[in-house]
Structures are given as C-alpha cells and as structure tokens.
Design a binder for this molecule. Structure first.
Ligand code: BEZ
Length: 259
C-alpha cells in the first residue's frame, strides 16, 4: 500500500475511483430509481463525485446540478459530462439562487460528522414539499474492517478514531424530523460488496478510502498493518479469489414540510 508524503485525507484518485471502485456509482443507480426524477424537475446531486449518477438523473429530463468539495472529482465530472453543471461546494453550506425540487446523495453523507449542518443546509435549498433521497453507510457499516484495523492499531499502541458517520434508522429519522423533514421511507440493509482487484482488493479499498482510519500509522508500517488486517479477515471475507466488504446501507426518502 502506498501513501504519498503529502497525502491529505480524502484527496481522491479519480482513476481508481472510477476503475476498481466503480461499484460505488453502479449500486447508486438503485438510489436514482428511488428518487424517480421527472422531466423538468430541478435536482441537486450532493457529493456528485465523477458525475455518473448526476448524468443518470439527467437522463430523465431533469435539470441537475452536481456539487462536490473535491476539485479532482469535479474536473473529471466536467470533462466526462460537459453538458451538466458541476459546482464546488460543501454539503454543510449549500448556497444557490434558485431552490430545488429534490436533493439526491449517494455514498457521500457518511464522510461528514456534522449532520445537523448538512440537514439545515439541504433543507435551505429545497422547496417546501421537495424531497431528499439518499443512501449512506448505516450503523455497523464495514465494522469487520474497522474492528480489524482498530485491533492492529491497538496492538501497535496507536490512537484509534472512527472517521465515518454511520447512523441507525432511528437516529437519522429523528435528525431529519428535527430539521423539518417528514420521513416517508427509511431502511437499513446488509449489502455485502465484492471488491475488485482479487487478492489486492482489501488493500486497494484501504488505500482509496482508509486514509483517516490509518492516519496514525507511519508509511513504513502500512504494509504490515494491512497484511495483519488481511490475515484477520481472510477466513470470513475472502473467497473464490475476491474480498467482500461488509457494507450496510441506510437509504431514505424524506420530504421537506412547511410552506
Ligand atoms: C461506504 O460507502 O459505505 C463507505 C465507503 C468508504 C469508506 C467507508 C464507507
């Protein structure tokens, strides 16, 4: 596993994101179906990444804007889909001149611990009656991976801190209601996810997504830590030449109340 000397958490490698980790947006197509975008609707895609789902939403005839805080992702999205609008922005502080009929998000919200700010911000850009349709990691998401990394960090005397926000249905539904949404649908489900890259799949996943989780580990020890995590998980999560990650998803539809 490699980490460049100036690596910053969540500075995405868009080539690997669209290659080995393309399952992120491929699974997201089910969330686009749940959104059920209509021609002429104005939709905001929060955490649009490289824009594949923004484009899938636009296929319906909806007028879509993609927003992301990673410039590398936006550059890739603009180049792949020059007809769509992609803007730099923070989900906690969305600001648009015109409000939206719907806000959509796939596999992005769990990167942001401050969900009060996210929901206040999403509510502020929706029309009353507008819907918020999203999927994020739910409680227990990738817990086998996190636990195995934590065990190895502890063995080596490093600090452990959980970098992601994976809520339960009850917790997130309450938060949505606190911010003026009515929850129409919410479900937590297991979605074991086969990783690409064969034997290297778990190491590649940790390289792409695990910067914060592995932050206390010096670069010189990373390979040993990853090998120990693989040893710990192999019996249960490696079969027929592929690793499976223990994903759990929280998916919901909520409607903004009020006038
Ligand atoms: C997820 O989509 O559930 C996820 C992706 C990367 C890191 C953690 C969770």
């Amino acid at each position: 596993m490699t980490r460049s000397p100036d690596a910053q958490p969540n500075q995405w490698n868009t080539e690997t994101y669209d290659g080995s980790h393309s399952f992120v947006f491929e699974y997201g197509e089910a969330v686009v179906s749940l959104l059920d975008p209509q021609a002429g609707e104005r939709v905001l895609d929060v955490g649009c990444g490289t824009g594949h789902l923004t484009d899938a939403i636009a296929d319906s005839g909806a007028d879509v804007v993609g927003v992301d805080n990673a410039e590398a992702m936006l550059a890739e999205a603009r180049s792949a889909y020059p007809d769509h609008e992609f803007v730099h922005g923070d989900a906690r502080d969305l600001a648009f001149d015109e409000s939206f009929d719907a806000v959509f998000s796939n596999a992005a919200l769990h990167w942001i611990p401050d969900q009060d700010s996210v929901l206040e911000s999403v509510a502020s850009v929706l029309h009353p009656g507008g819907r918020f349709v999203a999927e994020l990691g739910g409680t227990g998401n990738v817990s086998a991976i996190v636990d195995a990394v934590f065990a190895e960090l502890e063995r080596r005397g490093y600090e452990r801190s959980h970098p992601w926000y994976f809520p339960s249905v009850g917790e997130y539904a309450s938060l949505l209601e606190t911010h003026g949404f009515e929850v129409r649908y919410a479900v937590l489900f297991d979605r074991p996810t086969e990783l690409d890259d064969g034997e290297d799949g778990l190491a590649a996943w940790l390289e792409m997504f695990g910067d914060s989780l592995l932050a206390p580990v010096p670069a010189s020890e990373l390979d040993d830590v990853v090998a120990a995590v693989e040893d710990e998980l192999r019996a249960e999560y490696f079969a027929d030449g592929a690793w499976t990650a223990d994903y759990r998803r929280l998916r919901f539809v909520a409607v903004k109340t009020g006038n």
